[in-house]
Design a protein around this ligand. Structure first.
Ligand code: GAP
Length: 449
């Protein structure tokens, strides 16, 4: 099993992920994606969009604003219930999420239950706690011309929140989609976009961030069919994670979340857990949100959210099945699933290799001349490089160091094939193709690449 530190180090060394605002000493819970990370992230997001939206006839996309009318969060319940249990150490003043520093307690833990666990402060080691307080995780901002010395009323009138989930941008567009597309039930609306949570303790690299990307679908169904649609969506998640993301099915575990641990809107939730380097953690959730959101929007906005079935004439508020996944968590699952350290055959050396599925690898091919100081090899290699770029786009050029070093570098960034132009190429138009996973080399005609 790979270690998280090894993956963090690889990500920085090879330009996948850097700590956010690193140059100023960082900004906890934020991360910046570098040149390779951007491509891998885009490949993951494009695969999801292609699988769930483009290749289906019943799911449509939206891209809603991040800052929404604050009534959204009153209706959704986030203003009153989107809170974690905060506890403060009275000795050193450090603050923690109570359910993360004591075993066997949930988010709804009381002060008495927490104190009975006799947890020690992870910073100073003392046991001297204040009461559990509820901490709302929404980021607050002000919209429009609000000054620091404005009175409380003016300032509160302009309060807005950075969305804590993309889902509400879907629910608030439900009527717009119905009135423009006229979809038959069941149908879904999908969205990819940023979500913000003021996590008390961001942790485990990109697993728990303050700014993250979500990919969510609200799948609207007739209430009588929620169970069968839940099963269909559940299978679709496995298919996507295992076949499109290449995740090892043995590392994915379903957790049927008990009622007391479910989000306030859910009547059933399955968390898809993944074996990350630091242990099993939630990768994504699949929730049955009933008509909770549409009914609340109807009440809060005074606008009807009813749907009229064209075929039966029945009027109803649809129920919702919601698969929701964080891009960063999927990114880390893909990376840790692909990461391997292997002994190099016949050598006293270990190589690090990212065995990424080809559809996700940032580069599909690396082209290089055997020797950098032979102009005829460089010219031929450039010709092959341009040819492949036209065909496959994601092709990289590498003429640094010796050939062994180039292979190591390409292994570390997951490039499936390295193509080397040597002196034989000049005579017979064949090249060496080295396979990332087996390290075997074969000779192939250029026009067969
Ligand atoms: N709309 C439902 C919803 O937001 P959630 O369980 O709070 O439900 C869904 O979040 C998914 O979003 C999680 O399973 C995880 O993949 C991702 N996610 C949530 N909070 C995150 C955070 N702080 N950092 C990274 N990903 C996060």
């Amino acid at each position: 099993m790979s270690k998280l530190e090894d993956i963090v180090s690889l990500c920085k060394r090879r330009g996948f992920i850097f700590p956010g605002s690193d140059v100023y000493g960082g900004m906890a819970g934020t991360w910046d994606f570098g040149p390779l990370g951007v491509v891998l992230k885009k490949n993951i997001m494009d695969e999801w969009w292609s699988y769930f939206v483009e290749h289906r006839e019943d799911i449509y996309g939206v891209d809603a604003a991040i800052i929404m009318n604050p009534k959204t969060w009153v209706a959704s319940g986030h203003t009153s219930t989107f809170a974690d249990p905060l506890v403060e150490c009275k000795e050193c003043k450090s603050r923690f999420r109570a359910d993360k520093i004591a075993d066997g307690i949930t988010e709804s833990v009381t002060t008495e239950e927490f104190l009975a666990k006799h947890a020690k402060c992870p910073v100073c080691g003392k046991e001297n706690w204040g009461p559990i307080r509820k901490f709302n995780m929404m980021f607050v901002t002000h919209v429009g011309a609000v000054l620091p010395d404005d009175d409380k009323e003016t300032s509160e009138k302009n309060v807005a929140y950075l969305r804590p989930e993309t889902a509400q941008g879907i629910f608030t567009n439900f009527k717009n989609v119905v009135d423009t597309i006229y979809p038959d039930l069941p149908f879904g609306i999908a969205q990819q976009g940023k979500a913000f949570r003021n996590e008390i303790s961001p942790r485990d690299f990109i697993l728990r961030d303050r700014e993250c990307l979500q990919m969510e679908i609200e799948y609207f169904v007739h209430p009588d069919t929620w169970e069968e649609n839940f099963e269909i969506m559940r299978q679709a998640q496995h298919d996507f994670l295992e076949n499109n993301m290449g995740l090892d099915s043995n590392k994915i575990h379903e957790l049927d979340v008990p009622a007391e641990d479910r989000a306030h809107y859910s009547k059933r939730t399955i968390d898809f857990m993944f074996d990350y380097p630091n242990g099993e953690e939630e990768l994504m959730g699949l929730a049955y949100r009933t008509d909770f959101d549409l009914s609340n929007i109807e009440r809060e906005s005074g606008k009807s959210m009813e749907y009229r079935d064209k075929n039966t004439g029945e009027t109803l508020i649809p129920h919702v099945i919601e698969p929701s996944i964080g891009v960063e968590r999927l990114f880390l699952a893909v990376l840790s699933n692909a990461y391997a350290e292997e002994k190099v055959e016949d050598k006293d050396e270990t190589r690090i290799v990212l065995k990424l599925p080809e559809n996700l690898a940032p580069y599909k091919f690396c082209v290089s001349p055997l020797l950098k100081n032979k102009p005829e090899l460089v010219a031929k290699a450039k010709e092959v490089y341009q040819l492949l770029r036209q065909k496959y786009t994601h092709v990289t050029w590498d003429d640094s160091g010796n050939i062994g070093k180039r292979y190591r570098k390409q292994d570390e960034i997951g490039t499936p094939k390295c193509i080397v132009i040597d002196f034989d190429t000049l005579n017979d138009d064949t090249v060496t193709v080295r396979d990332r996973d087996t390290t075997k080399q074969t000779r192939i005609d250029i026009d067969k690449l």
